[in-house]
Design a protein around this ligand. Structure first.
Ligand SMILES: O=C(O)C[C@@H](Cc1ccccc1)C(=O)SCC(=O)c1ccccc1
Ligand SMILES: [Zn+2]
Length: 154
């Protein structure tokens, strides 16, 4: 799928709550996002970045030049994600965005967050995320609310 670039107003849309995770259209979208994030060599991707206004994103942390200690994880679809609690400490870190190629910036994010989301089978997950994985989650959640990392540069 084609990745929407900054400047396209769709990227600023607020994504809608997913009513039925078992809907075949949602399952197809999840498969498309998994392929797209892999092809783009990203560590995350959100549905609005492919022009779909659903509250779904993929978190796919892996070690990379900027975060060599990042955990290698199975790309994880997260549906109707939300942050339940935040650590009081925040940390600045480098971010990029597949919709804003060639630009990197230092963005403050909460170092630890308690999150809730449904997986693609409809199972509810509640867990604590820290460091780079927490950063990706916050970056992708922003996309669901039409926010990009440039909006958060200090
Ligand atoms: O635009 C996106 O949502 C994907 C974005 C996710 C992200 C990267 C870095 C910090 C938080 C969230 C990317 O994957 S950008 C390209 C990339 O692979 C990368 C960029 C910087 C550091 C690590 C990876
Ligand atoms: Zn992005």
């Amino acid at each position: 799928m084609e990745i929407i670039q900054l400047g396209n107003p769709i990227l600023r849309d607020k994504a809608e709550f997913v009513a039925d995770v078992k809907d075949p259209r949602i399952q197809q979208l999840i498969d498309d996002l998994l392929i797209t994030v892999k092809q783009a060599n990203g560590v995350g991707i959100a549905a609005p970045q492919v022009g779909v206004s659903d509250r779904i994103f993929i978190v796919a942390s892996r070690p990379n030049p900027r975060y060599p200690h990042a955990p290698e994880m199975e790309p994880t679809p997260m549906i109707n994600p939300k942050i339940l609690a935040r650590s009081d400490e925040s940390e600045k870190g480098w971010e990029g965005c597949l919709s804003i190629p060639g630009i990197r910036g230092s963005v403050p994010r909460d170092r630890a967050i308690e999150v809730e989301y449904s997986d693609r089978y409809g199972k509810l997950h509640k867990q604590e995320l820290t460091d780079f994985v927490a950063r990706i989650f916050q970056h992708e959640l922003d996309h669901l609310d039409g926010i990009v990392f440039l909006d958060r540069l200090e």
